[in-house]
Design a protein around this ligand. Structure first.
Ligand SMILES: Cc1ncc(C[n+]2csc(CCOP(=O)(O)OP(=O)(O)O)c2C)c(N)n1
Length: 623
């Protein structure tokens, strides 16, 4: 059978199809997404759930004139396929390939770059207001998930959308899931709207009120459907949105193209903000993803027939080691509380959640609240651990400073995915945390060289009595043995790994490559001691000074932005000691936008692998 998708290069081609052909096209798009994601990995379940919704949007609206903004952006694959990127779709998430999120450099149809959650409503409102000021005439559409709606940022936007009343179409892609099951009172409320029970309850209540009015009540009730319609109009549903000044439409079956086309066509005519509550199913059309949407939210390459991952490694991930260690520590200390911002699985906390349900909090996509919440817990003597990916903790900078650091509260921060991250592109790089943490008063900042050291650091963090952070990379550890009872690390104490005259001081994930580079350079006659810094704050000043006395060169290495990072901390210390005589080289990452690719590829490009380090140090030494 000829494929409809073969004929579609643009939304214009899509519009030429009769609507009854759209379900077939949806099947073809799903098949393509499944084929590519099973090979390259990617956000499968979210994309399979948004196929019809995207087809209908492009069928009714006129992109790029009408602007469509994708919240988080991880559900934009159908959009990319329909907007000229079908032929390159097989390069999804690969170096020099198609980004898994909207990218303004890729297409005029990608209006706004996303990757972090809950930004679409604010951006859409900005565009709608600009449209008004420029006297433009186009539609603005924001597609936002129920997970993303748990974030305060989204509600800050709704707060203003409701009052400005600019025409704006919000498509709420409701599937009851964030990455894991969605959480919180709002999520419950959305489910309540979909269930229709609130409507029945209001109807019953109305009936009993009417019944109680003598003579008038019963006849009114008998009016039946008319009453139902009145009640519906007055009370049904989306009360919260309507009260905020945003028209509510729904719930709409988000896989019925007929329903979607109808409501989107209607929405074109509204002259204020409208929220369309579309009910979708994550993983739609692929049984393994439908039954386990969490696993297929962001999937590594897998066998399409069985759904099983292609690679099963024996070495545990850093996240898994963190989760297991925290469980061990929590068994001995009931004050330990774990907090995640919508990432129980990704941060390795699912086991903790099962074992200690009363001590585990998933706060939703609410990083700022997570940090503040932890501050309150710590103030009352509990021992909160906040596990958030490095890139997402950026959201909570003020809470880190104002609520935790200034009050010197002993909250433990666990920063997963710190450093260069594979496949997801610039929005997901965990490269800023050293810079945004190391200058905070009282903050202790650690990075382990391997997964056993992570155990030690976690255990130690609970004993320091100050705010502390441990950063580690995405993925597997180095396969080292894990101590049953991890040793405590003395605050600020580094670890000497190799003797030498000059100093190569490496932080965290860069230690193995630094060691290799030093051994290589040793053969060329450059004597380099390798020290695992362990702490970016406090620094092991004694060790640094001893090498400043012994040798003539200090090199620092970190997997993070070099400006204001770990190396800068060492340089500042040497300046305070007036050691201007020491030759000093800091190696890290430049403040650039990082290309898409595998972490090792990107690190190689920026000279953070061992040949890159040898090369940089050799040139500096000779230069
Ligand atoms: C600030 C921030 N925190 C966490 C994440 C990680 N994250 C990516 S998608 C997602 C869930 C989004 O759920 P929803 O908006 O409902 O979309 P769905 O995948 O269900 O379609 C989360 C938590 C993120 N992208 N940004």
């Amino acid at each position: 059978m000829p494929k409809l998708l073969d004929e579609i290069q643009s939304p214009g081609d899509l519009k030429r199809l009769p609507p009854e052909k759209l379900p077939q096209l949806a099947d073809e798009v799903r098949a393509l997404i499944l084929e590519v994601v099973s090979q390259n990995g990617g956000h499968l379940a979210s994309n399979l759930g948004a196929v019809e919704l995207t087809l209908a949007l492009h069928y009714v609206f006129d992109s790029p004139r009408d602007t469509i903004i994708w919240d988080v952006g991880h559900q934009c694959y159908t959009h990319k396929i329909l907007t000229g990127r079908k032929a390159r779709f097989h390069t999804l998430r690969q170096h020099q390939g198609i980004l898994g999120f909207p990218d303004r450099n890729e297409s005029e149809h990608d209006i706004y770059n996303t990757g972090h959650a809950s930004t679409a409503l604010s951006a859409a409102l900005g565009i709608a207001v600009a449209r008004n000021k420029r006297r433009d005439d186009h539609k603005v559409i924001a597609v936002v998930g129920d997970g993303a709606l748990t974030s305060g940022v989204a509600w800050e936007a709704l707060n203003q959308i409701g009052i400005l009343r600019e025409p704006l179409i919000i498509v709420l892609n409701y599937n009851e899931m964030s990455i894991s099951a969605n959480v919180g009172a709002l999520s419950k409320y959305l489910t309540y709207l979909v269930s229709g029970q609130h409507y029945l309850r209001i109807k019953d209540q109305t009936k009993s009120i009417l019944k109680s009015i003598p003579a008038v009540g019963w006849p009114l009730i008998k009016v039946g459907r008319a009453l139902e319609d009145t009640v519906k109009k007055v009370f049904f549903p989306g009360l919260v949105f309507e009260e905020l000044g945003i028209r509510y439409v729904g719930p709409v079956q988000g896989h019925s193209l007929t329903s979607l086309l109808e409501v989107f066509r209607d929405a074109r005519t509204y002259d204020g903000p409208v929220l369309i509550h579309c009910v979708t199913q994550k993983g739609r059309g692929y049984a393994p993803a439908q039954s386990n949407p969490e696993r297929f939210h962001g999937a590594a390459p897998f066998n399409r027939v069985t759904g099983e991952p292609l690679v099963r490694a024996a070495v545990p991930t850093y996240s898994a080691v963190f989760g297991k260690t925290l469980c061990c520590l929590a068994r001995q200390d009931e004050r330990i509380i774990a907090i995640t911002a919508a990432m129980p699985e990704g941060t390795g906390l699912s086991g903790f959640a099962r074992e200690f349900p009363g001590r585990f909090y998933d706060v939703g996509i609410a990083e700022q609240h997570a940090v503040n919440f932890a501050a309150g817990l710590a103030l009352r003597g509990l021992k909160p651990v906040v596990a958030i990916y490095s890139t997402f903790l950026q959201r909570a900078y003020d809470q880190l400073y104002h609520d935790v650091a200034l009050q010197d509260l002993p909250v433990v921060f666990v920063l997963d995915r710190a450093g260069i991250v594979s496949d997801d592109g610039p929005t997901h790089q965990g490269i800023n945390d050293i810079v945004y943490l190391r200058h905070l008063p009282h903050m202790i900042l650690m990075a382990p060289k391997d997964e056993n050291e992570l155990q030690r650091m976690l255990k130690s963090a609970f004993t320091y009595g100050h705010p502390s952070a441990v950063r580690f990379p995405k993925g597997r550890g180095r396969g080292v043995a894990l101590e049953e009872d991890p040793q405590k690390i003395e605050l600020g104490r580094s670890e000497r790994l190799k003797e030498g005259k000059n100093l190569l001081l490496a932080f965290g994930s860069t230690v193995p490559a630094a060691l290799e580079a030093a051994l290589e350079l040793e053969k060329e006659g450059l004597s380099l001691a390798v020290v695992n810094a362990r702490f970016a704050k406090p620094l092991d000043e004694e060790a640094i000074l001893s090498y400043a006395q012994k040798g003539s060169m200090i090199v620092t290495v970190e997997e993070g932005i070099v400006s204001g990072g770990f190396g800068s901390a060492v340089r500042e210390f040497l300046d305070r000691e007036r050691r201007f005589d020491i030759r000093f080289l800091r190696i890290g990452l430049p403040d650039e936008i990082y290309p898409l690719g595998k972490a090792d590829e990107i690190k190689g490009m920026f000279g953070l692998d061992s040949p890159g380090l040898s090369d940089r140090i050799r040139r500096f030494w000779r230069g």
